[in-house]
Design a protein around this ligand. Structure first.
Ligand code: MMA
Ligand code: CA
Length: 216
């Protein structure tokens, strides 16, 4: 009787351990389904391995001793697939001229002209911020969109109270600039920055209509 109880205890403990990962990551079956791996639906009504049980509370993905070990591989495969699908989507968007990628950044425009505050709001609502060139390569990527739409664009840079003090929107000082000759010249009266169609910058009033270019 004692040995039977301890056997049951071990079995239950093993099941708990194997299901632990799925409780910790309950989204795994759903992700697996999304990324084309056997997930909730793929395994419905089937037992992919002999001896598998389908306990309740984990969305139908079977729990079995040893699943904990395979979960890393499963998650790895999901991430690899996710990366491949994202890169295909990026290829489509880039092909259609809808995004421009530089390093980790993605630049995109909605093609609309707006004042600085509205442009920034549009970008933030979309989960990004205004395009902010932090080196020559990023400046050129933004320039390509300015040329595409043939419109000057506001940049994610703002002038402070002190004249000539321009900072990134988050308040940090600029580490790259591309001022046009004799700019900035607003002496604190032009608190926004526009990009000309040669990629150079001009401090400018914030209430004009300029192309909205965001970065993500
Ligand atoms: C405009 C305005 C300024 C800019 C000068 C350059 C007259 O003001 O765009 O921001 O510096 O042109 O000539
Ligand atoms: Ca100016």
């Amino acid at each position: 009787m004692l040995s039977y109880s301890s056997y049951m205890l071990t079995a239950v403990a093993a099941l708990l351990v194997s299901c632990h990962a799925l409780r910790k990551f309950p989204e795994v079956p759903r992700l697996a389904g999304i990324f084309g791996l056997p997930g909730r639906d793929g395994l419905r009504g089937q037992s992919p391995l002999p001896g598998l049980t389908g306990p309740s509370g984990n969305g139908g993905l079977p729990c079995v001793q040893g699943l904990r070990n395979s979960l890393d591989t499963e998650l790895y495969n999901i991430l690899v697939n996710l990366g491949k699908r994202l890169s295909r989507l990026e290829g489509v968007l880039a092909l259609n001229g809808e995004i421009t990628e530089v390093g980790e950044k993605i630049f995109a425009s909605n093609g609309k002209e707006a004042d600085f505050a509205s442009a920034l709001e549009s970008c933030e609502k979309a989960g990004g911020t205004l395009a902010t060139p932090m080196n020559e390569e990023e400046n050129n990527a933004i320039l390509s969109i300015v040329k595409q739409y043939k419109r000057y664009a506001y940049l994610g840079i703002k002038g402070g109270d002190t004249s000539g003090q321009f900072r990134y929107i988050d308040g940090t000082p600029l580490n790259y600039t591309k001022w046009h000759k004799y700019e900035p010249n607003g002496k604190g009266t032009e608190k926004c920055v526009e990009m000309y169609n040669d990629g150079s910058w001009n401090d400018k009033k914030c209430n004009l209509y300029r192309l909205t270019i965001c970065e993500f």
